[in-house]
Design a protein around this ligand. Structure first.
Ligand code: AHG
Ligand code: MN
Ligand code: MN
Length: 333
């Protein structure tokens, strides 16, 4: 019955009661939800609103910014400052910490990738937003980057919005993973994917194979064995996908299993990797682990890595537990 559905707001209120949390947490999630709705609207309007193409600027990491990278960043900064629940924010698109001033004294820190997979914007393929929420340590000043440098195990909540054939928010507060689909007619996210869980075994892998010549031996071995299919040591066939949008890849893995790799390699070793620890790897690792999967650098559990920089990059291997454990084993051998 359509009217018996659970909205994301109901879900958060139920969680709040069950965990004995204050309303602050529900309020801060509401701001993220509103920001994601606004970004979804802009992504959908696309060329009609003049939203495609480049902004003509570069971000702190020397990457060309798309118009939607800048717009999504502004939306996140604006919507999440109003509630007064955050002390400070950090974004892929900002070099330094963004202090929230003028509101109540916020107790939380928000990290986000406002638009993930932005190379897909102009070609109408899924993009997303990723967020991670940390506590402001007691007595600490939000003024410095250092308060953000907490390992992923300290996350209070994490999630992503996927702007795909439908818009979804997938969320964890450390008690499983739930997915909500935006019903545009009523402007609400509805619980459509309760208790998402990743099958331990998988027959699908995702990697940017154009980097094969730089791969480290354990990665090369794993991919070779998948590609050998039925005739190789794995004794079964594997399929391959690469959307070039981490949100879309993680969402596919949450829905039907698989493994995603953006490992460090000989060419990017000095930079650490491609994906950013604080607002890409950590929130996705939290979600994947909460759904019964695993997330590793190949050598270490991602959420146990002690960050040293806000924009630190890292190798990422995540998804179905058996596959990730196998890749970790290959690194150890
Ligand atoms: P962003 O658009 O936020 O910079 O992130 C893009 C990331 C990630 O979403 C994706 O998995 C990867 O970069 C794609 O990399 P390639 O361009 O090497 O395929
Ligand atoms: Mn990204
Ligand atoms: Mn981005």
């Amino acid at each position: 019955m359509p009217y018996k559905r659970v909205t994301l707001t109901h879900f958060l209120l139920q969680e709040q009661r069950r965990l004995g949390r204050s309303g602050t947490f529900t309020a801060l999630m509401q701001d993220i939800i509103t920001a994601c709705k606004m970004i979804s609207h802009e992504v959908n309007r696309g060329a009609l609103a003049g939203n495609l193409g480049v902004a003509g600027s570069e971000n702190v990491q020397g990457e060309e910014q798309k118009k939607l990278d800048v717009l999504a960043n502004d939306i996140f900064l604006h919507m999440n400052a109003l509630g007064g629940t955050y002390a400070a924010m950090a974004s892929e698109e900002l070099e330094d910490v963004h202090l929230v001033t003028g509101g109540a004294e916020g107790k939380y820190l928000l990290l986000f990738d406002p638009l993930d997979g932005s190379s897909n914007i102009d070609v109408n393929i899924s993009v997303g937003s990723i967020f991670s929420i940390l506590r402001l340590p007691e007595g600490a000043s939000p003024n410095s980057k250092d308060v953000f440098l907490q390992p992923g195990v300290e996350q209070v909540a994490a999630g992503y919005a996927c702007y795909g054939s439908s818009t979804m928010i997938v969320l964890t507060t450390g008690n499983g993973v739930n997915g909500f689909t935006l019903d545009r007619d009523i402007g609400m996210f509805i619980l459509t994917h309760p208790n998402m869980s990743i099958p331990a075994e998988a027959n699908e892998f995702a990697i940017n194979a154009s980097r094969a010549r730089f791969w480290e031996p354990p990665v090369q071995r794993y991919i070779d064995e998948c590609q050998a299919g039925k005739d190789g040591p794995r004794g079964r066939n594997f399929n391959m996908r690469w959307v070039a949008s981490m949100v879309a890849e993680v969402h596919r893995i949450l829905c039907r299993g698989g493994v995603f790799l953006y490992p460090t390699d000989s060419e990017m070793k000095k930079r650490g990797g491609k994906l950013r620890l604080m607002y890409e790897a950590n929130p996705m690792a939290f979600i994947v682990e909460q759904a019964g999967g695993a997330a590793s650098t190949g050598r270490q559990r991602i959420m146990e890595v002690q960050p040293t920089d806000l924009h630190q990059r890292i190798g990422v291997v995540l998804g179905s537990k058996d596959e990730v454990e196998r890749i970790v084993r290959y690194h150890a051998e």
